[in-house]
Design a protein. Sequence first.
Length: 700
Amino acid sequence: MTSRKRSGSGSSKRPKEKVVYIYELFFKGENPENQSSEFWQEFFLLPPNVESFDNEMTRLTGEQLIAVRGNINLIFTKCIEMLESSHPKRICNSLQTLCGLFYTVFKKSSAEPTFDVIRTIFEFKLMDQQMKTLLKHCHEILIGDVSENARFMCLKLLLVLVTGTDNVSQNVLLEYLMIHSLFDAFVRLLSDPSLRSQHGHDVVILLTVLVNYRKHESSNPYIVQLSILADELALNGYGQMTSSALIDFCRQYMQSLSNVQSSSWFSSLSNIVGNMFVSDEGCERVQQIKANNSLLLALYEAVHLNRNFITTLAHTQTESSAPPSPSNTLQINTPVPDLQAAPMIDMTQYPTNLLVAVFQYCSIVMQDNKNESSIANLKLCFLILTCISEDQYANSMMHDSNLTFKVILHRAHMRHRKINTERIGKSQPLAATLLDLLLEFIVSHLLKKFPMELYLLCIGVIHRILCYQKRCRVRLNYPWKELWAALIGLLRFLVTQEQNLVKKCNIFHLSVQVINIFNLFITYGDTFLATTNSYDELYYELNREEKIFTEIHAMVLRYTTMQDCEYKEDVIKLLNSLVNILAIIKHFQNKIKEWLAEQGLSTPTEDQILEVVRKNYDLTLKLQDSLDHYERYAEAPRHKAFFTSMVRDVVIDTRKNIYGYVKEAIPILPEQEIMAANLTPVPTNSAPSLVTPTTPIATQ
């Protein structure tokens, strides 16, 4: 009896999938459809192998691609035709095959930029009609009575299309999505709670990318349609998608806080921040920040473009809740809030709203400033806050004394300060919480690597809030001394680090913005300060910190004599803006000295100085113009490059995630059909037989 020889590996070779064998035939230039009139009906019952399709097509050279162009066009055409099928599995498989086709085409185009893969592969004369038909079928699938698998894969196909090129404005296929808009279908999906829960994330990402296609170059229908969208259900659904992502991030952070076992608060926070964030771009914490870029960008586009979206900001986000109503929050002359009477919403116990989520999210992200990803993410947050702070309705809502919230803001532990625990967890209007957030940034980012742009945005938001309060005579019950102390601390840092900072950035422009906030309090404080004592406290703080204002004045005078100062215009503005503050300091310093001489004292108490201030308001100040005016936010040209980079990152990250979905077969066949259709063994020593009518690829 002879013994059987064993293979070198000791095991049989894994059978080749039939669909892979068919791909190989197509990319060799053969056409297996000639062997069977039912070939395509049977072919689209096979689960696609996107990875194999990608490998087969990627290895082809430019000349080989041209040689098999007819077969690639044939697959593309048959995929589109199959979308008319009544068989849900065939529809899903054709969509998945299209995903693989477009993904590989874009990948090939990126690898060979001098080779126009799209024009080479697709019949240019037929492309318009084919894409029109494809998008027509996509629209029908998105809003039709189809399986959720088909809708899921259709959205993945659209995501493959819109993320084909790193620079979205260079994606020529997006012109077809501009001509044949799917905006109405997206609105339908966002308006339906059940469809939104399954597909809302994909819809919001699609809208975000499409809005940024040639945004500043030509007319974009998605920008126009998003800006005028008034469907409250759709806007509320859009808001739920963005808020849920931010809330999940905050919830994970809170869970990590509770899981840390440490003896001190400082070491606990250090461990948490260390776990969530790292400086290296490839590490997990950076990816956690970057993962939020897409929906944060979506939030920015909605806030920036659509005034109707503002109504969703303070609306509690639940699937069953109705769209928000602005009836209670449009009061212009808001009284000082009665915190005892106001209903309290605790974000740790109830589904929270989008503004609360944004505020808490910002407080977490701003703790890390060591890498570009978190800085870019935080800048996007500040731009969102800038748009919100310019909106009349948003301000009225945030200042509404009948709408108060407990918001947990995370604060960095700093050895040179003590956190005021009395106000932590206190129920207050959202405007007060926003000011708390901005103050936290001011005091915690005084670094040698000074984030000038972020500080300008931060101070700009504070200025806009105060302008609203002055214009509408809203008296917010807020501890303004904390704001003044933070701003004075910022000025002190700028003066101390002048020699280093002036070489890198325009510290005079930022100083003007800060000084003008003080001038706004001095000139118009009677219209928005809650009590008359606030004025006394302001003048007391200016006199207590008179040294820093004197040093700023001396610094400015020094730069006015320099011939080569590139910031001369801002230096002059800063000099003029100091006039009233210096006059106040000089006036009260003299009065305090006179009073001390009369009383025979050398060291007065705070109460004694406040009493001197109250009795000596007999001074004349210069009326300064435009203190309550600011330049309205505009994306271009100042932030155009930033958003181009941000959209590029979102596109690249989305494309990576999408490939993981499209290469997996969504429909699931019974086990016996998988064995019969998908794992037909291919002998190693003979070529597999071609498909014939008597040898079906798969059974229906």
